[in-house]
Design a protein around this ligand. Structure first.
Ligand code: PDD
Length: 287
């Protein structure tokens, strides 16, 4: 039986009901987080909590108990028997239920908080051998920095990639590669690591932030600068990052081979650095 969280209670998932007037359902008026559980600890809970608070603030959703997110997530892992397994926790906060009107409800309504844990099998093949991705015009709104549950452009684009046998879709806005439909994008040109700067056109990925730190610690030169689509022929390596993909090499973009068409040395270095960080955290938890 799957135990999920709803508005202060842990219940069997099939017993959970949500109002049809919920603004998450009617307007996609909400935010979410996905965090990875590494058989004993959450990776960068502080980073996810900080981003959750920021997303809520930007949408003016007032969840007074935001600081309970870590304990809710921990409890979901425990109650579902995932303590010694790789897992994820999804948490969504919407503005709450109220009769449909575009303006925010005038009366005090409580946000709807929903969370669940699920077991997770990393895509080892993709991480080892690299993935092929497609390119597509960025049709999203211009507040991609908010981790909003309104993800239709992302799901449509990802589905298109999936149907073409690819593992991600990278977005291009005004000739600039912004990020993936569910990941941040990195490029290596002449041994320098490039990624789109933090802005309203990309999500500030928790993995992105940690990769930038790990790259710097590994002596890799980093530039938070956008890469135009026209520079694709000059790219030596590329990879995507997110909570589930960690560091996944990209070996083909829009039908064009990246470098030699195999994961490159800078990507490997960062992947190994990330792996070492996880191992260290695992050891420190068991001491
Ligand atoms: N997506 N950019 C977009 C558009 C994303 O949806 C995500 C994550 C990221 C990477 O963020 P992070 O490193 O914090 O996971 C970047 C999650 C995994 C999802 O929607 O399932």
């Amino acid at each position: 039986m799957i135990i999920a969280y709803i508005n202060g209670r842990f219940l069997p998932k099939q017993e959970i009901t949500i109002s049809p007037d919920d603004r998450g359902f009617l307007f996609a008026d909400g935010v979410y987080e996905v965090i990875r559980w590494y058989e004993g600890f959450f990776y960068d809970m502080e980073g996810h909590l900080t981003r959750l608070k920021r997303s809520l603030r930007e949408l003016r959703i007032d969840w007074k108990e935001t600081d309970s997110y870590p304990s809710i997530a921990r409890e979901l892992i425990k109650m579902n028997g995932f303590e010694d397994k790789p897992a994820m926790v999804y948490l969504q906060v919407t503005r709450g239920a109220a009769p449909r009107t575009h303006s925010f409800p005038s009366s005090e309504i409580s946000p709807t908080i929903y969370g669940y844990a699920f077991d997770f099998v990393p895509d080892r093949k993709g991480i080892e051998s690299g993935i092929r991705v497609m390119l597509k015009e960025d049709i999203r709104w211009s507040r991609c920095d908010i981790k909003s549950i309104a993800l239709l452009p992302n799901t449509l684009s990802f589905q298109e990639a999936y149907e073409k046998g690819m593992k991600e879709c990278l977005f291009v806005r005004n000739g600039i590669i912004t990020e993936g439909s569910r990941s941040n994008a990195f490029f290596v040109i002449n041994k320098i690591l490039f990624t789109h700067p933090e802005s309203n056109f990309v999500l500030s990925g928790v993995t992105r932030k940690n990769i930038l730190r790990i790259a710097q610690e590994s002596g890799i030169q980093v530039k938070e600068e956008a890469v135009p689509e026209s520079s694709l022929p000059a790219i030596d390596e590329a990879f995507i990052s997110n909570t589930s993909a960690e560091v996944t090499p990209v070996i083909e973009i829009g039908g064009m081979k990246v470098g030699a068409g195999v994961p490159g040395p800078v990507t490997r270095l960062i992947y190994e650095g990330f792996g070492r960080e996880i191992s260290k955290l695992k050891i420190s938890r068991t001491l």
